[in-house]
Design a protein around this ligand. Sequence first.
Ligand SMILES: [Cu+2]
Length: 161
Amino acid sequence: MEAGAVHKVGDSAGWTTIGSLDSKQWAVTKTFQLGDVIHFEYNPQFHNVMRLTHAMYRACNTTAPSATYTTGNDSITITTRGHHYFICGFTGHCHSGQKVDINVLPTTTTAVGTPSSSPMAAPTLPSAQSPGPSPNTAASSMPSITLAKALLLALAILGFA
Ligand SMILES: [Cu+2]
């Protein structure tokens, strides 16, 4: 198996309550695949890592984690698809946003003995062709044009203020 990418949670800030809003944003901007490593770096005196179910993650319920990591330098390899929920188990930290949702998308890029390595990874879009613009579309799109004009006008006013 290919060595997966290593994702350091929170990037340079690490796993912390400081800038925790970025922690959620951090996960959103990443693409996770099977075999990738989620790396948590933190001060174990102040933080830990708990793996939870979705319900417990949402509630910041730390009573029965699936796993707990406490070294301050934890690497967790993702071996299953779907969501992986991690929080800090220290009181209040999860509630203040020290939680992360690692979503491994169901991409089929596992190169297990595929002879033809054609790049077929492109998503197949449903070929739902609309039957051409009807005369009604022009009329129905009028309000949005007016709205766009109003928005542009508002922006222009703001720009000149
Ligand atoms: Cu913490």
